[in-house]
Design a protein around this ligand. Structure first.
Ligand SMILES: Nc1ncnc2c1ncn2[C@@H]1O[C@H](COP(=O)(O)OP(=O)(O)O)[C@@H](O)[C@H]1O
Ligand SMILES: [Mg+2]
Length: 376
């Protein structure tokens, strides 16, 4: 057995994000956990009639529910998944061919991590359903290895993070390349097929070091049956897949040629199709809310312009606003979302800044979020 559960890595955990998903045990429970049970929607009367204890328990259930409303199947997420299946499945070619890599390159808060995790979960489940929990050699099967970077991470930390995912006892010593080889051997044993590097922009890489990293990924793509999935912000401008003419650029270009950039866009309301998508997502979202006084159209009809202005079409800002709004609606007993309540809820700074301009344009009816015909 190359991996032993329960072993903890001695150092450098600070360079990893979300500790639960940085380990295979956490990954396993993420993959195996079934969807949360939606709490029943009670009427205000029923809520008031609940004994204190039960009411507290009910509100707690709703707090957790509203804090975890996703993932919604947005068009952005669905498109990204289709593209990822195409690429990952076409990489199941024989070992000597270099594998195509994927780079998801978009601003924060557009749902990259959420979409990638949802994909990886499906991929893990499919591989295990097809091949079994164990490989023919008796190793645990881990179709996905996910590394999330924070801070300023070097190649050695990155290699160590791969080992830590597997709780490998050898993550604490060795040179960068020894750690790397150990991690990749381990991926071979565990039949890992997808290597996700989230928040890749934290990887230090310029000039000499950029060449080293590029070579490292080229080596992984050539020698190992894994699809590399880079996720981050401004990856193109960091030279992940830019082509140029200096020596360094030529080395970097080797990654460029086999990397497919995929995008995630914000919602936009400049076309009727965009407005329909916006409406659809609000309809899906309002159906998930568990508030006594909510009504059909509460978000999609009454708050469509308002929510667009406040989120500027960014799913992250929208979900933050709705989540916080629902917490307030439960806490205050309002049990519904409206503009007066949401006006009191703070959102992240970037969307607040863009909001004022958008609101002015929406109010003067220069633009609208409403589709011409409501198909739903
Ligand atoms: N499809 C989705 N459905 C529901 N919530 C989502 C969805 N995509 C993103 N979110 C929410 O938006 C926030 C930002 O998403 P995240 O995936 O972290 O974005 P990124 O990785 O691009 O910065 C998260 O809190 C997440 O819960
Ligand atoms: Mg992210």
């Amino acid at each position: 057995m190359t991996t032993s559960p329960g072993q903890t890595a001695p150092e450098n955990q600070s360079n990893l994000d979300n500790l639960t998903l940085a380990r295979k045990e956490g990954w396993h429970s993420f993959v195996q956990t079934s969807a949360r049970q939606r709490p029943d929607t009670l009427t205000s009367k029923q809520i008031q009639a609940l004994p204190d204890q039960e009411r507290m328990a009910y509100d707690k259930l709703r707090r957790v529910w509203h804090a975890n409303l996703g993932p919604l199947k947005t068009p952005q997420l669905a498109e990204l998944h289709e593209d990822m299946w195409d690429i990952v499945d076409s990489n199941l070619q024989d070992g000597d061919k270099a594998k195509g890599a994927i780079a998801i390159d978009a601003f924060p808060g557009l749902g990259k991590t959420t979409a990638v995790l949802a994909f990886a979960k499906q991929f893990h489940l499919r591989e295990v359903a097809e091949g079994g929990e164990f490989t023919p050699d008796g190793h645990e099967r881990w179709p996905v290895c996910r590394v999330g970077l924070t801070g300023n991470t070097g190649l050695k930390d990155f290699n160590r993070a791969m080992l830590e995912f597997f709780a490998h006892p050898g993550s604490g010593y060795g040179t960068a390349s020894q750690l790397g080889h150990r991690a990749l051997d381990n991926m071979l044993s565990c039949h890992t097929r997808l290597l996700i590097i989230d928040d890749m922009h934290f990887l230090r890489w310029r000039m000499k070091n950029g060449v080293e990293i590029s070579n490292h990924f080229k080596y992984i793509a050539n020698e190992f049956p894994v699809t590399l999935l880079f996720v981050g912000v401004g990856l193109a401008s960091r030279g992940l897949y830019s082509e140029g003419n200096s020596y360094t650029d030529a080395i970097l270009a080797q990654t460029a040629r086999r990397t497919t950039p995929l995008d995630m866009r914000p919602f936009a309301i400049d076309t009727d199709m965009g407005r329909r998508e916006w409406r659809k997502i609000l309809l899906a979202l309002e159906q998930r809310l568990v508030l006594a006084n909510s009504h059909p159209g509460m978000l999609a009809d009454d708050l469509s312009d308002y929510l667009f202005a406040r989120s500027t079409g960014h799913i992250g800002s929208l979900m933050t606003l709705i989540n916080r709004g629902c917490q307030r609606a439960v806490r205050t007993g309002a049990e519904r979302l409206d503009q007066a309540l949401l006006d009191r809820v703070k959102n992240d700074a970037a969307s607040e800044k863009a909001r004022q301009e958008l609101e002015a344009a929406l109010q003067s009816r220069r633009i609208t979020t409403r589709p011409k015909s409501k198909t739903t």
